[in-house]
Design a protein around this ligand. Structure first.
Ligand SMILES: Cc1ncc(COP(=O)(O)O)c(C=O)c1O
Length: 416
């Protein structure tokens, strides 16, 4: 491999090598060449490689709950299997689940959707993919606040669209301001993607700012895609919120939800969209020619999640809240590291730019060195359009957080 890839973590080097090899031997479609492998998945892989060699990795890479899926949800899947619910289902999901999602969303977040305005997909990522591919034409602009979740720009590029980034700042808790959004809109803008609570920053857009963002989108006739996958993980004054609960919000709004985080169901792959019926129909058509229905037994598990007790959520939230306190305090105690307190999700996004040196002059290089020297896995801010930062997931035990903090303290202590 050429040296230009040497600054990437091991897993990333391997992925890049595979890609270059394919490009040398045969022609891949332009739409695939336009996108890159998910950097968070690659960090996960690099950490896994080390772990498989018996190395004790303090892993802050994974963006998934470290809690098991609640028992009643697992039971429902087992029951579905036993009852042979293992055949194709309707493409947009079983009606009972679509209705249960509408009811849950109304109960939990104050929206008012009907079954025909709901589609179930193979995870929230697939929901976003289907929505973007159903609406975006080549050359259309999609506004994305930065730092952003890694998949948004690549999904937009895959659809032939052009991501347009609007910067948010740590000083303003990474909140997208409607006034900044409006400046980024052009006659080519077709969609705005917002994510609150945010991966990677933990930023939460307050309801009154959301009202203004919605008004800007409506006055310019652009779609607002609101990714609310972390809706139930908020801290302090921030509360679970859905844009769809605002008056007259629904005409050009796509609400994206996922069971992955709220119910610790990442591997089950269930997400959903709530949106105007013609868009749901288009997404269903696309789904009918690609994945067909989400896995039948996962849908029955999801039905149990949407209709059953929610007691696992406050338990997880209380634990995340404790870890958040610890990790923010620990990072702030490292000289030269600054860290805003996340208001939601389970990530912290410290700035480590003061630690750049001759050996590691950007965050990808810092990530690589941190993994090599201290066996700490984090994701570089560059992956989220935010050089100078690192993303750490605190969906890991307090012990591992303490161990990781000790190692980072040592690492950054030596870099100055
Ligand atoms: C902001 C955000 N949106 C969507 C997703 C997709 O989650 P899933 O496809 O597991 O539902 C994730 C997963 O990490 C995420 O962080």
């Amino acid at each position: 491999m050429s040296s230009k890839h040497d600054s990437l973590p091991q897993g990333m080097q391997m992925e890049t090598a595979i890609r270059v090899k394919a490009e040398e031997t045969f022609q891949l479609a332009d739409r695939v060449n336009r996108i890159s492998p998910s950097p968070t998945m690659m960090v996960l892989q690099a950490a896994e490689q080390l772990k498989s060699k018996g190395v004790d990795v303090a892993d802050f890479g994974a963006g998934e709950p470290d809690f098991p899926t609640p028992e009643h949800i697992k039971r429902a899947a087992i029951k579905a299997l036993e009852e042979n619910r293992t055949k194709y289902t309707p493409v947009p999901g079983i009606p009972a689940l679509r209705q249960a999602i509408c009811d849950w969303h109304k109960r939990e977040l104050g929206s008012s959707y009907q079954l025909a305005e709901c589609i179930v997909n193979v995870g929230g990522k697939h929901t976003i993919f289907n929505a973007v591919c159903s609406l975006i034409n080549p050359g259309d602009e999609v506004v994305i606040p930065a730092p952003y979740w890694v998949s948004y720009p690549d999904i937009v590029k895959y659809a032939g669209g052009k991501p347009v980034f609007v910067a948010t700042t740590a000083a303003d808790n990474f909140i997208l301001r409607a006034a900044d959004l409006e400046k980024a809109l052009t006659p080519r803008t077709r969609m705005v993607i917002v994510n609150s609570p945010s991966n990677p920053t933990g930023g939460v857009i307050p309801p009154d700012e959301f009202e203004k963002i919605l008004a800007v989108c409506q006055s310019h006739g652009v779609w607002l895609l609101s990714d609310e996958c972390y809706s139930h993980f908020t801290y302090g004054d921030a509360k679970p919120f859905a844009v769809a609960s605002l008056p007259n919000a629904k005409a050009r709004l796509i609400t994206v939800g996922s069971l992955s985080k709220t119910f610790a169901m990442t591997g089950w792959r269930v997400g959903y969209a709530l949106a105007p019926q013609p868009l749901i129909a288009a997404m269903t058509k696309l789904q009918s020619q690609s994945t067909s229905n989400p896995t039948s037994i996962a849908q029955y598990a999801a039905l149990a999640a949407m209709t059953g007790p929610m007691d696992s959520v406050p338990v997880m939230l209380a634990e995340y809240a404790r870890r958040r306190e610890r990790i923010v305090a620990g990072l702030r105690a490292i000289p030269g590291v600054t860290c805003t307190a996340p208001q939601g999700a389970f990530y912290v996004f410290p700035n480590i730019a003061a630690h750049y040196n001759a050996q590691a002059s950007n965050d990808t290089a810092v990530t690589k060195l941190l993994l090599e020297r201290e066996h700490v896995a984090v994701v570089p801010g560059e992956a989220f359009g935010a050089p100078g930062f690192l993303r750490l997931s605190y969906a890991t035990s307090m012990d591992r957080i303490d161990e990781g903090l000790r190692r980072m303290e040592r690492f950054f202590g030596q870099s100055r």
